[in-house]
Design a protein around this ligand. Structure first.
Ligand code: E4P
Length: 214
């Protein structure tokens, strides 16, 4: 299972990448806006740290604008993945980028049918947003499960990139269902390490060791 970090923050990327557990990075316009630098500089800085897929999202709504942005972003580094919205124009742009061997990530996916369209046009990744479905009273993980079934029915190579991950149970359920990738915020990545019995176990071992020296 691939782990991506869902952030534009260089410090968070550098710290987590050093763990050896992070395979790539996803950004979006909201995450880039938080960092106060332009998107191209940010993606270039990330590429200096991370040797793996880095999603950079277009903001144009028409396919010509999307493609203009996409080809500029793709020039930054071989690891750049072009993130396109799940719209008709997004699908036209996807078709072009697939034909030109540029890797893609179709974002804002909220149904198995949308994921199917992206797979048919050769998307490298499809990003179902789990947490945002939970927010409106649906079960985001059900969508991951449905997309897994659909892709397996037809052996589509498009990778399921579970996005909008809010807590550690989302990560575990992704792994149980067989999501190919999860893009995980910094806070949740840190929470994955913790278990109270690990903490109390370490404390007890240290206590017993210290007592044995007395
Ligand atoms: C995915 O690539 C998106 O950046 C992200 O997961 C969105 O998550 P949010 O719903 O927490 O904004």
């Amino acid at each position: 299972m691939e782990f991506f970090i869902d952030t534009g923050n260089i410090d968070e990327i550098a710290e987590t990448y050093a763990w050896g557990l992070i395979d790539g990075v996803t950004t979006n316009p909201s995450l880039v806006a938080k960092e106060g630098i332009d998107q191209k500089t940010l993606i270039s800085n990330i590429a200096k740290i991370v040797d793996g897929p880095i999603s950079a999202e277009v903001i144009s709504l028409d396919y010509k604008g999307m493609l203009k942005e996409a080809y500029e972003l793709a020039k930054i580094d071989d690891n750049v993945i072009i993130k396109l919205p799940m719209t008709k124009d997004g699908m036209i742009a996807l078709n072009d980028l697939t034909a030109n061997n540029i890797k893609t990530n179709i974002t804002l996916v909220f149904s198995a049918n949308q994921a199917l369209l992206a797979a048919k046009n050769g998307a490298t990744y499809v990003s179902p947003f789990v947490g945002r479905l939970d927010d409106i009273g649906q079960t985001g993980m059900q969508l991951i499960s449905e997309i897994r079934d659909v892709f397996d029915n037809y052996a589509y190579q498009t990778r399921i990139l579970a996005a909008s991950i809010r807590h550690t149970d989302h990560v575990k359920t992704c792994a149980l269902i067989g999501a190919d990738t999860a893009t995980i915020p910094y806070k949740v990545l840190n929470q994955l390490f913790h278990h109270p019995l690990t903490d109390s176990g370490i404390a007890k071992f240290l206590e017993d060791h210290a007592n044995s020296l007395k």
